[in-house]
Ligand binder design. Structure first.
Ligand code: NDP
Length: 428
C-alpha cells in the first residue's frame, strides 16, 4: 500500500512538472461540452487516457457550448461516469486543472474568436475539435472552425464528427460535400464510437485469423445471421431528440450496418483501413434498399401497473410530439447478393425498452451437418448505407404507418418472431 502511494505521488509530481512552462503540444476541444455524449463518453475517456499516461505531454482540454458553465460544473456532471478509484483523487484534480470551459454559440464568429484566443494562449499547438453536437449545427460549427480556429504554421488541425451522419441519403451527401469543401480528408474523422468496441475488433480476428471459422463462413456453412441491439430502457426524457431520428437512423442504419459489413465481407488483402473499407463497400453495394414489407416496426407503451420508467410509454414522454409514429423497435431482413451470385439473408433487430437486458449481439447460426452430429473515398460507405435505408425512411415519414405496440420491459413483439419465422428463420 505504502509503495503504491509513493508511486502515485511520483507520477502526479512528474505530470505536474510536465505541464510547467512552454507551449501546449495539443489542445482537444469538446464542442457540445454540456451534453450527454460529452459527460458519459468523451470526458471519461479523456480522463482514462490522461490517468494512464497515454496522451502526448502537455495536452490541454477546452469545453465549448452555449450553457453558462464552469469547469467545476463539467466535473460534477461527468464524475459519476469516470470510474475514479481510491487513490486517484489527486490525479483527477490534476486532470480538471488542465481543462477550461468557454460558453459560446454555434453560429457566432465572435464566440469562435474567443475560442481561438483561448487556444492561442496555450501557444502554437495541434488542435482537435470533437463535435459532440446534434448534426443540425455541424454546418455552422465547421464553417466557423474553418474561418477562425485552424492551427497555423506547421501544426495540424483535426475535426471529429459523430454519427449519425446526416438524416438520409440527401442530407448525408450534402454534409459530405460541405465538409470536403472545408477540410482535407486527413483532417476529417467520422466517428462511430460503437465500432471501437472490442467485440467488433475481435470479429475481424475471429473471421480471418481463425482456422475453425474461416472455412465455414459461407453459404454452405451459415444458415442465418441476426445482428441485434437491445436496451432495457426507454427515452428517459430525451424523446424529443430521439423522435427526430428514430431507431432506424439512431442504430440500424449506422452501427448495425457497420457490423453487418464486417460479418459479410470477403477477406481484405491487408488490414489497412483502405483495404477493409473497400471490402465493406462491396458488401453494401450488393444490398437492395429495404422494402417496408421486409420490416416490423414497433413502439413501446407503458406497463400497466408498472412503476417509474416502466409505466411510461414512448408517447407519455413530454418531449415526444403528440401522436408520433416513430418506431422504437425495428426488425428488418436484408438480402445480400454475394460474389458467388448467391443471396444471403441477414436480419437486423433494434429494440428499445424490451426485456431487462442490454446487449449488442451477432448471432450466427451454422447449418446442420448431414447426419446431424452438429474507392473510393470514405463517404462511399455512407452513401451505400443511406441508399439502403432512405426509401424505407421516406415511406415511413410520408405514409406514417402506425407501429405495432409492445409493453415496456416485455420480450420483443410476437409479430417480429412471426415475421422471421415466415422467412425461414428458425430460433435455436
Ligand atoms: P445532446 O442533445 O446532449 O446535445 C449536446 C449539446 O448540444 C447540448 O448539451 C446542447 O448544448 C447542444 N444542443 C442540443 N440541442 C441543440 C440544438 N437543437 N441546437 C443547438 N445546440 C443544441 O446530444 P448528445 O451529447 O447526446 O449527442 C451529441 C452527438 O453525438 C449527436 O450527434 C448524437 O447523435 C451523437 N451520439 C450520441 C450518443 C450518446 O450516447 N449521447 C451516442 C451516439 C452518438 P448547449 O445548449 O449548452 O449549447
Amino acid at each position: 500500500m505504502a509503495v503504491q502511494g509513493k508511486v502515485d505521488m511520483l507520477s502526479i509530481l512528474r505530470d505536474e512538472l510536465a505541464y510547467e512552462g512552454g507551449a501546449a503540444s495539443h489542445v482537444f476541444v469538446v464542442l457540445g461540452a454540456s451534453g450527454d455524449l460529452a459527460k458519459k463518453k468523451i470526458y471519461p475517456t479523456l480522463w482514462w487516457l490522461f490517468r494512464d499516461g497515454l496522451l502526448p505531454p502537455k495536452t490541454y482540454f477546452i469545453g465549448y457550448s452555449r450553457s453558462k458553465l464552469t469547469v467545476d460544473d463539467i466535473k460534477k456532471k461527468t464524475l459519476p461516469f469516470m470510474k475514479v478509484k481510491n487513490g486517484e483523487e489527486q490525479k483527477v484534480e490534476q486532470f480538471f486543472k488542465i481543462n477550461e470551459y468557454i460558453a459560446g454559440s454555434y453560429d457566432s464568429p465572435g464566440d469562435f474568436s474567443k475560442l481561438n484566443k483561448a487556444i492561442e494562449q496555450k501557444g502554437s499547438c495541434n488542435r482537435l475539435f470533437y463535435l459532440a453536437l446534434p448534426p443540425t449545427v455541424y454546418e455552422s460549427v465547421t464553417l466557423n472552425l474553418k474561418a477562425t480556429c485552424m492551427s497555423k504554421s506547421d501544426k495540424w488541425t483535426r475535426v471529429i464528427v459523430e454519427k449519425p451522419f446526416g438524416k438520409d441519403l440527401e442530407s448525408s451527401n450534402r454534409l459530405s460535400n460541405h465538409l470536403s469543401a472545408l477540410f482535407k480528408e486527413e483532417e476529417l474523422y467520422r466517428i462511430d464510437h460503437y465500432l471501437g468496441k472490442e467485440m467488433v475488433q475481435n470479429l475481424m480476428v475471429l473471421r480471418f485469423a481463425n482456422r475453425i471459422f474461416s472455412p465455414v463462413w459461407n453459404r454452405d456453412g451459415i444458415a442465418s445471421v441476426v445482428i441485434s441491439f437491445k436496451e432495457p430502457f426507454g427515452t428517459q426524457g430525451r424523446g424529443g431528440y430521439f423522435d427526430d431520428f428514430g431507431i432506424i437512423r439512431d442504430v440500424m442504419q449506422n452501427h448495425l450496418m457497420q457490423i453487418l459489413t464486417l460479418v459479410a465481407m470477403e477477406k481484405p488483402p491487408t488490414t489497412n483501413a483502405e483495404d477493409i473499407r473497400n471490402e465493406k463497400v462491396k458488401v453494401l453495394k450488393s444490398i437492395q434498399p429495404v422494402d417496408i414489407k421486409d420490416t416490423v416496426l414497433g413502439q413501446y407503451v407503458g406497463k400497466p401497473g408498472g412503476k417509474g420508467d416502466e409505466a411510461q410509454g414512448y408517447l407519455d414522454d413530454p418531449t415526444v410530439p403528440k401522436g408520433s409514429v416513430t418506431p422504437t423497435f425495428a426488425t428488418a431482413v436484408l438480402s445480400v447478393k454475394m460474389r458467388d451470385g448467391m443471396v444471403y439473408l441477414l436480419y437486423l433487430d433494434v429494440e428499445k425498452a424490451t426485456l431487462n437486458e442490454r446487449k449488442a449481439e451477432v448471432r450466427i447460426q451454422f447449418k446442420d451437418v448431414a447426419g446431424d452430429i452438429f474507392p473510393d473515398g470514405r463517404s462511399d460507405e455512407l452513401y451505400e448505407a443511406w441508399r439502403i435505408f432512405t426509401p424505407l425512411l421516406n415511406k415511413i415519414e410520408t405514409e406514417k404507418p402506425k407501429p405495432i405496440t409492445y409493453v415496456y420491459g416485455s420480450r420483443r413483439p410476437k409479430e417480429s418472431d412471426e415475421f422471421m419465422a415466415d422467412r425461414d428463420f428458425k430460433y435455436t
